[in-house]
Design a protein. Structure first.
Lengths: 364, 226
């Protein structure tokens, strides 16, 4: 019998939605260290876990939470952790190792203000860190959610992406999504035809290594340059091969847009409301939303941008999405306007006002 | 509500599951009493949650005649990281004349935080109400509600606050009213009210399907994020 019978409407916070999603996705253990605004993921998981035979370990910090998550996965457990802000900074060391060893870890990030401890409240300032943190090439998957339903859906999906492709996978949300309350539909993945990718241990497998099976040789250290390059080339090739299969995005009204708004996460909601309002007035505005920030929907954005006259990037950071956008549009000659509010929420009214300024040619 | 039915002093504490609607019910109750011309003090006893508390509403509620005992957000230190320090005047809130409504946070082990309030244990008139929303998955069934309420310590009555935010309909509230009524019967507690958001209240009247008084809720907390 499933944990949730049929489809169940519920009213909850985003943090709780994550805990429920991990539960129905069959996560066996969460490792974690408390930090606002993700605390209720842990708090709720520790309430749910004992009722369903799942486990929890509170570690001494986020370095340890990340490494123990890797340890759990190595033994074949569907394991995850959650963090935010300075915790996400510490998390990058273990996630680099997960990248190096191709360990299917799942990390949920509820962004808070930065740099450093900053605020416990909200931001979109962990985009660069989550996409490219660590001393590697950013071979990881980052889903940016914008609602409680998406937090639920993408947390389930993150386990499957991680275990299918064996790259560390992140669900990137923020303090608003963590704490807001809204309704969503809970379901068991099976009932929607979503099959959970089976897990398997990486170490301690049966049989004689080298005879019955290849040895489990998990490495994050190499002796010579060429040895490293060979491994990275293969990983990068597999990452690029995977990308088209998992890239997700959303777009609206992109044909001949005078302004194409680009936003992600919870800010996308404000941006979309603003765009739809102006579109209803007959103005030529559209939006493009990357759902996967890593890998980025490059071709799709380039196609949308090619049909637009100008772009406007909106985010609660000082140019982190903007950097991704510029990188992915390299060589295209389009004016980019910005609405950048590091560490502060963005309302639809602000975006409407800025869009009107741009549309009326009152801005640079 | 008939003002004559009210006791001389209304002293009520609202407790319950995380995000069950404690603050919203406390705020609306305080305003309802203030509109009857009563002197009302609303007390923030949430020592954990940095979001959705009374702080951001303090001024607005003050303008509507409710005295709010809560920190100003700018006075807080370590917001959300360290728990909240009890504002000294909160300790003596029951000594305020008139009605006192207490909003108790989720992380405070139910009614236990009342230990910090002078006179709470001795005050005969103080009623503790558990706010229940069946859309909260851990209080979705009769059995879950019974377990939950028993974990809270002393409780004097239940309030059916079942809703799905903007997606609420009357059927859902009715479903909640029935489940809460059944849980209350097992617990031997009265159902004090069914809370209904103002958009849906006109189609319900003064009592719900089972004779519980209806309280009309105007949603203030969505404006009280920080």
């Amino acid at each position: 019998m499933g944990i949730i019978e049929g489809e169940k409407k519920a009213f909850m916070t985003g943090n709780e939605a994550v805990a429920w999603a991990a539960l129905v996705a069959g996560a066996e253990i969460m490792y974690g260290y408390p930090i606002t605004p993700q605390n209720e993921i842990m708090q709720y998981w520790t309430r749910l876990a004992p009722k369903h035979g799942r486990k929890f370990l509170q570690t001494e910090d986020e370095l340890s939470a990340g490494f123990t998550t890797i340890g759990g996965v190595l033994t074949g457990k569907r394991a995850f952790t959650a963090t935010a802000g300075p915790g996400n900074v510490l998390m990058q060391e273990p996630m680099s190792m997960a990248e190096a060893m191709r360990i299917p870890t799942v990390v949920v990030v509820q962004q808070r203000g930065g740099p450093s401890t900053a605020t416990v409240i909200y931001s979109q300032q962990e985009v660069t860190l989550t996409c490219f943190g660590g001393n590697g090439e950013g071979l990881r998957v980052v889903y940016s959610t914008s609602s409680h339903q998406e937090l639920y859906d993408y947390t389930i999906k993150a386990f499957n992406t991680a275990w299918k492709y064996r790259f560390p996978t992140f669900v990137l949300a923020d303090g608003y999504q963590a704490k807001m309350r809204e309704s969503l539909v809970l379901y068991d993945p099976e009932e929607r035809g979503i099959e959970m990718v089976p897990t398997e241990p990486f170490v301690g497998k049966p049989g004689m290594p080298g005879e019955d099976r290849p040895p489990a040789h998990l490495r994050n250290t190499y002796n010579i340059e060429e040895e490293l390059e060979e491994v990275l080339k293969k990983d990068i090739q597999e990452y690029e091969q995977m990308a088209p299969e998992i890239i997700e995005y959303d777009e609206f009204n992109t044909d001949g847009a005078d302004v194409l708004v680009i936003a992600h996460g919870v800010v996308f909601r404000s941006a979309a409301m603003a765009v739809r309002k102006l579109a209803d007035e007959g103005l030529k505005v559209g939006y493009f939303r990357p759902i996967t920030l890593r890998p980025f929907p490059q071709e799709q954005l380039r196609q949308a941008a090619a049909k637009a006259k100008q772009l406007m990037v909106v985010e609660s950071a000082y140019g982190q999405l903007l950097k991704l956008v510029k990188d992915n549009l390299y060589g295209m000659d389009l004016p980019i306007h910005t609405h950048l509010r590091p560490g502060v929420g963005v309302t639809p009214e602000e975006v409407v006002a800025d869009l009107r300024t741009v549309l009326e040619g009152r801005e640079d | 509500m008939n003002p004559e039915e009210l006791p001389k002093r209304v002293l009520e504490a609202y407790i319950g599951e995380y995000a069950s609607g404690k603050s919203e019910n406390a705020v609306n109750r305080a305003l309802e009493l203030a509109r009857l011309g009563r002197k009302v003090t609303l007390v923030d006893l949430d020592l954990v949650e940095p979001c959705y508390t009374l702080r951001p509403l303090k001024r607005k509620l003050g303008e509507e005649g409710v005295t709010v005992l809560a920190w100003d957000t700018g006075e807080m230190i370590g917001l959300g990281e360290t728990g909240n320090i009890l504002k000294p005047e909160v300790r003596f809130c029951l000594r305020h004349p008139g009605d006192v409504i207490l909003d108790i946070g989720y992380g405070s082990f139910g009614a236990q935080v009342l230990n910090l309030v002078e006179g709470a244990a001795e005050e005969q008139e103080l009623k503790i109400y558990a706010v229940i929303n069946i859309a909260r998955p851990m209080t979705g069934t009769v059995a879950d509600i019974v377990d939950h309420v028993r974990s809270l310590g002393r409780v004097d009555g239940l309030i059916n606050n079942s809703h799905l935010g903007e997606d609420t309909d009357l059927d859902f509230i009715k479903q909640g009213a029935l489940i809460v009524k059944e849980a209350a019967a097992i617990l031997g507690l009265p159902v004090i009210a069914t809370s209904v958001m103002e958009e849906l209240a006109p189609s319900l009247g003064k009592t719900d399907w089972y004779g519980h008084p209806v309280r009309v809720i105007k949603r203030y907390l969505p404006q009280a994020f920080w």
